[in-house]
Design a protein around this ligand. Structure first.
Ligand code: BEZ
Length: 395
């Protein structure tokens, strides 16, 4: 058999060197590159208040890859994990370690909006394909959007906007917001404010404390004096468990609501969470075949119940699979990869989802009520809601 050795240029690789390489008995640069596993960096919190969120995302990413037989687009996947500890100050350095030292082909990360901004700085420069499995920092799919960055979760604005709409429609005129003082909390307050305002209500006070502090008593003490009819809050993970319990113990009369406040935490919050309403893009009782199969597979693997974080990890991996399948495993074929990802219509456990022009998920925001240990879906707060994507210019 005649042998031809191809010295691959980037262009040549993308224009049909495949057939020639396959016919060759000597592995070419391309064949070697494709035989190598694709390096997937998972930059997530595996310690601190968001540790469980990072674990659930990881379980779900691994689950999707296993469902696909361990390969995406024909490439074996090698996972490299890094604990970002939800520390924004270490974000750029940690992202740099994955991108430059470990030379990952793709990065899935992270949970904390502040850490995400550090990742963003690095990957906008390196061009590394990045899929966000949680962190909602608005800027990433607005003014700072980038062609190589996709979000499979939500923007910080989306869910609280839905909660604000619901309260406004019920006639709530004045509400307050309590949260950690960083992008996730502040941008969530803006969404809540916008939703309320659309229906004639007003966000009259925002109370904050530093992330990840949990000295809630000084804030709780102020609430009864504010003259508001409802209180919205952003806390998640361990912080949300403590906040919900202390709110209940303080005997505050105004109903408490939010977005992530009771997600993945109901068991630990116990009776204190009963009746709390939240608006989120997922709910425990969602009755669709994908969700049923997903929840069973997740429990089998993780030995715990699935939550929104698991769903987002699964969808981040689904989105990657769509891209890699279209690009036949060639991560460097950005045209095919991004085109497929932008046009993706995913069968998510949260229901059908699509990708907006700013590379953000478009999804239903459900209204849920905590009942007997479940975040039961009781309605739709905002159907097929897209982030406004203000200031994003792609393509
Ligand atoms: C964030 O920092 O963006 C975030 C963290 C936990 C839950 C939701 C959002």
């Amino acid at each position: 058999m005649a042998t031809s050795i191809i010295r691959p240029t980037r262009r040549g690789l993308l224009q049909g060197a495949v057939a020639t390489a396959a016919a060759s008995t000597i592995p070419t640069g391309w064949a070697i590159a494709q035989a190598k596993p694709l390096k997937l960096g998972l930059m997530l919190p595996y310690s601190g208040t968001f540790a469980k969120l990072g674990e659930n995302i990881t379980f779900a990413v691994e689950m999707l890859i296993a469902e696909k037989g361990g390969k995406l687009g024909g490439r074996e996947i090698q996972i490299i994990k890094l604990d970002d500890e939800s520390k924004p100050e270490n974000g750029p350095q940690n992202a740099d370690r994955l991108v430059k030292r470990d030379q990952v082909d793709v990065l899935i990360g992270t949970v904390h909006s502040g850490v995400q901004m550090g990742i963003h700085k690095v990957v906008r420069e390196s061009g590394t394909l990045t899929i966000i499995p949680n962190a909602g920092a608005n800027a990433i799919t607005r003014a700072l959007c980038a062609p190589n960055v996709f979000r499979a979760s939500f923007s910080n604005w989306q869910c609280p906007y839905g909660m604000g709409l619901v309260l406004g429609k019920r006639g709530v005129k004045k509400a307050a917001w309590v949260s950690w003082d960083y992008a996730a909390g502040i941008e969530a307050a803006e969404g809540f404010r916008d939703g309320l305002a659309k229906e004639g209500g007003e966000l009259t006070k925002i109370l904050t404390l530093k992330f990840p502090e949990t000295n809630f008593q000084p804030l709780l003490a102020q609430l009864p004096e504010l003259g508001v009819e409802a209180v919205g809050a952003f806390f998640a993970g361990g912080g949300a468990v403590q906040f919900v319990k202390e709110y209940k113990s303080a005997g505050i009369k105004m109903p408490l609501c939010g977005a992530f406040l009771t997600e993945g935490t109901l068991e630990a919050q116990g009776a204190a969470a009963e009746g709390i309403e939240t608006a989120l893009h997922y709910g425990d009782g969602l009755d669709n075949p994908k969700n049923h199969a997903f929840r069973k597979a997740f429990t089998d693997k993780a030995k715990r119940e699935a939550d929104v974080y698991a769903v987002q990890g699964y969808d981040a991996a689904q989105l990657l699979a769509v891209g890699l399948e279209a690009a036949k495993g060639k991560i460097e074929d950005e045209a095919a990869l991004y085109k497929a990802m932008r046009g993706a219509k995913l069968d998510s456990p949260r229901g059908p989802i699509s990708i907006s022009p700013s590379q953000e998920v478009v999804h239903n925001i459900y209204l849920r009520r905590a009942e007997n240990g479940l975040n039961k879906v009781v309605g739709i707060a905002a159907p097929a809601l897209a982030d406004p994507g203000t200031g994003c210019k792609l393509g």
